[in-house]
Design a protein around this ligand. Structure first.
Ligand code: NAD
Length: 344
């Protein structure tokens, strides 16, 4: 097995996570030749952690041993770094969001086509166990056909870091967590979008969105809410999913929650009315015990290979990428539409 040699550009939070944690899981297939960061302190950190370092981006491009680069820099720098590397004959793995908008992405894809080099985007949350549970639920139908999906991440720590607060660097939460949640949703539902409404939040006073709420309907009838918040001191479940025969709720990344299916049993007794506030209700009373059953969540295993294994197979064996550039483009086009809707 001839390893693929990668250099990492940007040794901040994510670049260092790739170097220390993600790439080593595929050390039989991938090798890190070294790291470059414009910040000397980050280069020192990389050195002290045992990585070779490059003194410039150009030094990476000039290193013939380097076959690919991983871009883990702020969002506004992805396009130029990617195009320069592709033109220098390197494969490129790029962090999400792939670029600031579809126009930029199209420029990158044109150069990838022209040079014949691989260009792939790290939309890695397709491998998240909570998402895989929902995907398996969607495909295996333990609660019938899923017609409503609510996907949320909510924190109370505001927008992290420095450049994420600035528009010119591609800051804000839609270009951050938004990319992941929309990528998961579109890959799951596999249907064109019929309508989309979005509302951004600016409660923290930054010039970029600190969260958003979007309602999307799909041509196949599925509807979805996607929400990101950074000032939520108590939060809603990570996933709330309704099917024609039941309901599921995944509370958090620890995969806690429950899935309830209607038994449709014969002779189920009617629910007993309950006191609700100052009134009485039968409609909102819990269903009788025989009417529902708690069932186990589907597996959270992926039925497809890990990201970096796929990267290796795409580069060495011409395999199909799991994260396809056409799909990346659809997600970015949706994000463009969301920003446009905000501007109206
Ligand atoms: P960060 O600020 O922690 O790190 C960015 C690093 O890039 C810094 O060390 C900075 O000095 C360096 N840098 C900036 N411009 C550079 C240039 N032109 N050349 C070389 N180095 C440069 O940011 P981060 O959180 O690591 O985010 C980096 C990228 O990774 C972003 O695109 C972000 O969206 C993405 N990201 C992805 C995930 C994921 O789960 N896929 C998670 C976090 C971040």
């Amino acid at each position: 097995m001839q390893k693929v040699n990668f250099a990492i550009v940007g040794y901040g939070g994510m670049g260092s996570y790739h170097a220390r944690t993600l790439m080593p899981t595929e050390s039989e297939r991938l090798n890190i030749t070294g790291v470059y960061d414009i910040d000397a302190a980050r280069l020192e950190a990389a050195k002290s952690e045992g990585f070779e370092t490059y003194e410039s981006f150009e030094a990476i491009l000039a290193d013939e041993a380097v076959e690919g680069i991983l871009i883990a820099t702020p969002n506004d720098s992805h396009k130029e770094l990617a195009i320069t590397a592709l033109r220098a004959g390197k494969h490129v793995l790029c962090e999400k969001p792939v670029a600031m908008n579809v126009e930029e992405l199209d420029e990158i894809l044109a150069v990838a086509k022209e040079t014949g080099k691989t260009f792939m985007v790290h939309q890695n949350r397709r491998w998240d166990p909570d998402f895989l549970m929902v995907r398996n639920m969607y495909q295996q139908k333990p609660i019938g056909d899923i017609f409503q999906i609510e996907s949320r991440v909510q924190g109370a720590n505001g927008i992290p870091g420095d450049w994420r607060h600035l528009k010119e660097h591609g800051g804000g939460m839609l270009l951050d967590w938004g990319v992941h949640l929309l990528d998961q949703l579109l890959w799951l539902v596999e249907s064109p979008i019929k309508s989309m409404n979005v509302d951004f939040s600016y409660v923290l006073g930054d010039p970029v969105d600190d969260g958003f709420f979007t309602y999307i309907t799909f041509e196949n009838g599925v509807r979805a809410i996607v929400e990101v918040g950074t000032s939520n001191y108590t939060k809603l479940p990570r996933w709330y999913v309704k099917g024609t025969e039941g309901t599921a709720k995944i509370d958090d990344w620890d995969l806690s929650g429950e899935m309830i299916r209607a038994t449709n049993a014969e002779g189920v007794s009617a629910p007993t009315p309950i006191q609700a506030g100052v009134g009485l209700t039968k409609t909102m009373a819990p269903p009788s015990e025989e009417a529902m059953e708690k069932i186990a969540f589907p597996s959270s295993e992926a039925d497809f290979i890990p990201f970096y294994q796929n990267v290796y197979e795409v580069i060495r064996e011409g395999a199909e990428p799991i994260v396809k550039n056409e799909e990346v483009r659809v997600v970015l086009a949706l994000i463009d539409d969301m920003f446009k809707q905000e501007a109206i």
